[in-house]
Write a protein of this length. Structure first.
Length: 87
């Protein structure tokens, strides 16, 4: 049995989903990078201020969790697209 594969460029819905996913991944990557940089700056300048160091660690942890969620969503969209026969 031959599986029909359709190009994603010919399907408007698939094309829109791919473009939205790429945009969100790019935007999310920039936001994650900014939060990691800001968290690192807060951590480096925290000195003896335990509250600032705690905030910095939390910011970096949340940024990494956000990055994992963004990458997982990208993998899910790609997997579903492949399962539906779009290349």
């Amino acid at each position: 049995q031959e599986v029909m594969t359709e190009s994603c460029e010919t399907d408007a819905v698939c094309s829109a989903i791919v473009k939205i996913t790429e945009y969100i991944t790019m935007l999310g990557g920039v936001v994650v990078a900014l939060f990691i940089i800001l968290g690192g700056f807060l951590y480096a300048t925290g000195g003896g201020n335990e509250k600032q160091v705690s905030t910095a660690k939390s910011m970096i942890t949340c940024a990494i969790i956000g990055m994992v969620i963004i990458l997982a969503s990208n993998i899910i969209v790609t997997t579903v697209r492949n399962l539906l026969g779009f290349s």
